[in-house]
Ligand binder design. Sequence first.
Ligand code: OAD
Length: 258
Amino acid sequence: MRVLVLTGAGVSAESGIPTFRGKDGYWRNLDPTKLATPEAFARDPQLVWDWYRERRQRIRNAQPNAAHEAIARLAHQAKDFLLVTQNVDDLHARAGMPGEKMVQIHGDIFVTCCSRCDWRAELRDAETDNVRDHPGLAGARPSTEANELEKAEDGLPKCPECRALMRPGVVWFGEQLPGNELQRVENFLDGGACDVVIVAGTTATFGYIIDWALRGSQDGGELIEVNPEETPLSRFATRLVREPAAIALPRIVDELIR
Ligand code: OAD
């Protein structure tokens, strides 16, 4: 069985991570779809970093839910499998999804990279998010990578190479998708028709999500949408499951691997 799964923020909703466009998504009365932009970062990097640090902390404290676990189970059982997630959290990985079967097309919130050059560091531990925010961690030993990040006077991380501001390693609105990850999706789609494509927890606002779902299922494959609400993809689906992902996905996966 060849399976493509596309996920969005709704899959992590039941782990307590707010979606972008849902009513809980607003932060300090600000619209996340306006915070996750190069313009917001240029205008107020402190504000944008504060938002990302809070999101990182929330994700560290969260646990994968039954939807993440079901998708990981499917990944292990299907002969050919790819998960393309728009989520920058690590809940798919923590549920057991092997890295080689997953593409994080919008990046990884725990990566910190230079806003100018290629310098990047993976900073998964809490100490990296500024002792300022976590006074209790003041005595903790910073990782080597974190050590290398210098703080500007305003407390924002600076690149050890070129001294430009560091930024979270995520894709912001209007930015290009990472070329190597895009290539992995293309390779999978070129590798043959899918028997099943599952699209779960995403508003599918980006054309490429719809495009991949349709290309994956175009040779008679099933296209299952899991979302309590209608989306632009709904009219193409061969099966609509209007339920929360953590309820629907374990059942769907059971059916598929029976
Ligand atoms: P959104 O916040 O746009 O959409 C979340 C979707 O999940 C909605 O369609 C909800 O109906 C659905 N949903 C909510 N709770 C759910 C649940 N328990 N089970 C299943 N579905 C549920 O999030 P995304 O579509 O992921 O990109 O957003 C796409 C991208 O836009 C994000 O990756 C981010 C954002 O801006 C960038 O930052 C570039």
